[in-house]
Design a protein around this ligand. Sequence first.
Ligand SMILES: [Mg+2]
Length: 379
Amino acid sequence: MSGGKDPASGAPVSSAPVLEVRAAAYTVPTDLPEADGTFAWDSTTIVVVHAKAGGAEGVGYTYGPSALVSLVSDALAPVVVGSDAFAVPACAEAMARALRNIGQSGGGAYAASAVDCALWDLAARLAGLPLHRFLGAAREDVPVYGSGGFTTYTDGQLSDQLGGWVADQGIPRVKIKIGQDRGSAEQRDIERMLVARETIGPDAELFVDANGAYTPKQAARVAVAAHGAGFSWFEEPVSSEDLSGLRFVRESISADVAAGEYLTRLADVERMCSAGAVDCVQADVTRCGGITGWLRAATVAQAHAVGFSGHCAPAISAAPAAAAPALRHLEWFHDHVRLEAMLFDGVLDPAGGTITPDAGRPGNGLTFKDADAEQFRVA
Ligand SMILES: [Mg+2]
């Protein structure tokens, strides 16, 4: 080992072989039933990856099925163990090759993303640097928006959550789910958007997310009918598979159209941008190839003069978000915020509408709480 600091001896290091990559899955019940326009759930599974080298340990994760644990153990760990912990892009290439016949998108990409995030954290810890500075900081503070507003909430629950973000925590932008029951409850959607506006007052930004529940013309009609709610962001008004439908909605309404949370490959990000489908690309660092893929996706969006926003998983997204120059904001997703605070020390405070990666903690600043997590372990 020789560059950063050996955590044990304090000696500088610039290389160290990865000694171990291991994964485990934890399923945590939600605090209330949750649903959006096209999916419902009452628990969330996180797959946590730990990677060791040179006396340091990095941690990454993805949100996905417990089956991803064996994908990490059987397919990805064998091609990463023994590699140089500082050669993260080389490990990303090795993982992509290992996934060729398994599938480089979908679950394969989710598993590789968790490993990639753990490796970047590991390398930064070996170097003795906070991860956002190891990556190359573009900003100190990362803007966030409160995200939840599930279709299963009563109006009272919706108001309590939105008011908590805007009035109590000073977060000036929030997002709610619409498209209830696969787009079959338009009036209810519009009523809830008006309740949200009433709750947050005239100055906070209101975002809505239909999770692909509407048809293109239906989405455009709802946007006109809900004009009084003054929303400025329409996420997945139609399926993100339908690039021409997204483009139709984008050209029909004044709010920005956003999508991209399911993208796992750089070519898919390029296709979405080239199609003129969105005003803002969303990418999820736990899905799109980890920090390696996410920063490249940010660059593709910037090259197309399209906005870029981080999807979910705020604790693990904070450092790369601070390293992406054209970042618009990061999603402060209720379900993940709650789970991440239960399982990790070092999660950040969104008061005032930004989070600030801790320059005094090495790596991503997160410490996994093994003992607290054990009760939720499923694989
Ligand atoms: Mg969404």
